[in-house]
Write a protein that binds this ligand. Sequence first.
Ligand code: ADP
Ligand code: AMP
Length: 214
Amino acid sequence: MRLIMLGAPGAGKGTQAKRVAAKYNIPHISTGDIFRANIKNQTELGLKAKEYMDKGLLVPDDLVVDIVADRLLQDDCKEGFILDGFPRTIPQAESLDKALLSMKTKIDYAIDIAVPDENIVRRMSGRRACLKCGATYHIKYNPPKTEDICDTCLGEIVLRDDDKEETVLKRLGIYHEQTKPLIDYYNAQDILISVDGTVDIDDVTKSIIEILGV
Ligand code: ADP
Ligand code: AMP
């Protein structure tokens, strides 16, 4: 199964992508996680990406498309994958289509998690991320078992710099301008699925799995 997760920042893409990846035994590929790992390791890519991420801007297309195309060529993607946070612009979607065409394959479904803007800011201020393994929590909707400590790796969990309210509003504006048009792009390809992302985390997962099938 080859899948794309669409939705505003904070819609629940990462949360759902991890669950869908585990259910169908496919790799979860998050471009945000790839950039954050590069920032942590202070690579050249990480240093470049950080400049944009800290301002709530998108990293330029040419820094992201080749990374994803290379990742999709790895062995674990042969039976499928779930992309989270990519594509985020029409040129990225077109590059992805091209890369998949050269691999003689295509996306099965693009899953849009629909959440109105007013819910997003509230959600993002409560999101916490593990500094060590990248796991995400929400202080109210999905809290860790022990305050400020990651359930999985016992790392420290913190508010991401780009989840501060001012940056979230900037990211949301860019989402509407550059990423939301992908809904029409995939609708035109007849592979768009839309789910209500305002209900409980488990219920969102249920509706995605119901549509994808067991
Ligand atoms: P994205 O990957 O789209 O940016 P996340 O999956 O990180 O979003 O979710 C953003 C925040 O909202 C996290 O703190 C997460 O725990 C929380 N969250 C995700 N889905 C829901 C939901 N259905 N209801 C309430 N909170 C949610
Ligand atoms: P995310 O973890 O998906 O919320 O991504 C965090 C940040 O990484 C975004 O706000 C962007 O600055 C950057 N980023 C992640 N994926 C992409 C992408 N496909 N294109 C451009 N920038 C991206």
